[in-house]
Every structure is written in C-alpha cells, then in structure tokens.
Design a protein around this ligand. Structure first.
Ligand SMILES: Nc1nc2c(ncn2[C@@H]2O[C@H](COP(=O)(O)OP(=O)(O)O)[C@@H](O)[C@H]2O)c(=O)[nH]1
Ligand SMILES: [Mg+2]
Length: 302
C-alpha cells in the first residue's frame, strides 16, 4: 500500500512551505535562541497557532541539544518528533471494533467536504464487508441528495432519502430505524452545511439528535466534525459552535492537499483535545487517510 507516499503528496504544499522555511532559518547560521525564535515565527505563519509554537519551542529548548545536534540535517527530525508527540494522544481508529449498531452523525459548515468524506468512508467500509446505511439529512438542496446518491451507488450502499425541503430529523430517524431493523454495523448521517450563525439551522441539528435517540438512546455513538483545512483558524470557531449541540468525538480535516498551512490540524488538536479520525488529501474516493501522528508529522516535515 502506498499510504505514506500518498500522504506525502497530499501534504506537499505544507511540507514545501515548512521545509523551505526551516532551510531559510539555517542559512542565517543562527543557533540557540535565535533559531528557536525563528522557528516559532515560522510555525505561527504556518497556522500552528501561538500556543503550539510556544510549546514546541520550549520543548526543544528544554532538551538542551548541543549546537551539533541542532544542525540542519537533524533538525527536521527533532521538529517532526515534537509535533508527533503533541498529536499522538489524539490518534483514533476510524473504525474500531464494536458490537451492535454505530450511528455516526457527520456535521460541519457548508462545503467542508462532509458528503465527499462520507462517500470515501462508504468505500472503506464496503471493502471491509461492513453493513452500512447512509441518511441524506441534508434536505435543503436537491443537489446535496443527488451527490450523496451517486456516492452510495458507487459503493453499493443503501441510502435513505426524502424530497427536498423535508424534515432532516425525519430522514435521520428513518435511517437509524432502517439500520436497527436490518442489524447493520454502521449508520452514517449526512447533514446540511449548517451556517453556525443561523440559529434555526442549529436548532434543527439539535432536533436530529433528539429524534434519533428515540430509536437508540446511545445514538449518535459518534459525532464527527468535518473541517476544511484551507479555512485555517476559522475551523476553531466552527468546533466551538457545534460543541454546544453534541459531544464531538472526532475531527476529520479535509483539503490538506490544498493548503500550505497543514499546521492548523496541530493547532486544533492541541486546543480541543478531540481525536482526529481521518484526513482528506484529495477529491477522489481513495483520498482519505486514517490519521497516524508519526506519519502525519513526517509527511509535514520531510
Ligand atoms: N482538494 C480536496 N477537495 C475536497 C476534499 N474533500 C472534499 N473536497 C471537495 O470540496 C467540495 C465540497 O465537498 P462536499 O462534500 O460537497 O462538502 P459538504 O458541503 O460539506 O458536503 C467538493 O468539490 C469536493 O470535491 C479534499 O480532501 N481535498
Ligand atoms: Mg454535503
């Protein structure tokens, strides 16, 4: 499997940015504090966030490397290890073993990649011979339902849908009901790109959760938020809003292929302590990777 290669390609923009940035720091032949201050600046520019940048700077300083150890050749490795150590506790299996039905509610604002990601997940589950149903609870646009239907057809996944404008909570209810009656393994619910500043939309989101609990009191077992890496720090506000309605149990960050600021994932992980379940590095069906801290850090700093 070319998993790692693909990830390196997917994170190319970010890794180029960081690698060049680090090379730039070293051309100035700086050592010690100067070097670490420059690294901190580079990290902040690359959306790692001030808190992560400070933490990594301090961690490296505390280790009291000799000038020799802090040579350019070793530096990438030292830096990438520090990033991995922040991310490691946030690793989470995309599909850990479970018994019974697992309902996954997929949330996030418009255009972050929810529907595409669900399609990719269906393909993975199909390969694992898992029994899945998908609910088209984004009923606001016909195109949203059609788009999900295309993915489901491609992956032989049953879909529960209703006409445009119908109640999303009712679609979600029927989907969980179908999953329960047919003894399925997974029930995945696609939701509308709820603008978090439109209160009525958020209320509908809360209603979906209320209604599916009538069938399964433990549902949703997972609430995953899909975040678009190219929106940078804005993703932080999105988590804050959705957290008010559901316990977010996982983050999926998409479009990491489209940004040079892949550090934003580290900023978010550190800030919220929410596990990262997967990362999207392209539009195609195979462009979804399980999140592994070391692999991500190594791909980020090559
Ligand atoms: N480059 C890239 N594009 C993506 C990725 N994930 C989704 N997209 C694209 O983002 C756009 C919005 O995706 P969609 O799934 O419709 O978002 P939704 O509104 O959250 O359901 C589509 O053009 C997708 O092809 C990704 O990981 N990388
Ligand atoms: Mg969608």
């Amino acid at each position: 499997m070319s998993f790692f290669k693909n990830l390196k390609e997917g994170l190319f923009k970010s890794s180029k940015n960081l690698t060049e940035g680090i090379a730039g720091i070293f051309t100035k032949k700086k050592a010690g504090d100067d070097l670490l201050n420059d690294l901190e600046d580079l990290m902040i520019q690359s959306d790692f966030g001030v808190s992560v940048a400070e933490k990594i700077k301090k961690n490296i300083a505390d280790k009291k490397y000799t000038e020799e150890e802090l040579q350019k050749e070793n530096f990438n490795k030292i830096f990438s290890k520090e990033i991995a150590s922040i991310l490691k506790p946030l690793e989470k299996e995309l599909f850990n073993e479970h018994t019974g039905l697992k309902t996954i509610l997929v949330c996030g604002v418009n255009g972050t990649g929810k529907t595409t990601t669900i399609g990719k997940i269906c393909k993975l589950l199909n390969q694992k011979n898992k029994k899945v149903v998908v609910g088209a609870a984004d009923t606001f646009r016909a195109a949203a339902i059609d788009q999900l239907k295309i993915w489901c057809d491609k992956t032989n996944t049953p879909i529960i849908q209703s006409e445009v404008g119908s109640d999303p909570a009712s679609v979600a209810f029927k989907t969980v009901e179908y999953a329960k009656n047919n003894l399925l393994d997974f029930c995945i619910i696609d939701t509308a790109g709820r603008l978090h500043n439109k209160k009525n939309l958020m209320e509908e989101f809360a209603k979906i959760i209320r209604v599916i609990k009538k069938i399964d009191t433990d549902a949703p077992q997972e609430s995953w938020i899909v975040l678009d890496a190219t929106t940078g720090q804005n993703a932080i506000n999105q988590i804050e809003e959705f957290k008010k309605f559901t316990d977010i149990t996982g983050i999926i960050m998409t479009k990491l292929d489209g940004t040079a600021k892949g550090g934003v994932l580290v900023a978010i992980a550190e800030r919220f302590n929410i596990p990262i379940v997967a990362i999207g590095v392209g539009e195609k069906e195979d462009d979804l990777n399980q999140f592994v801290a070391e692999e991500y850090s190594q791909a980020l700093i090559q």
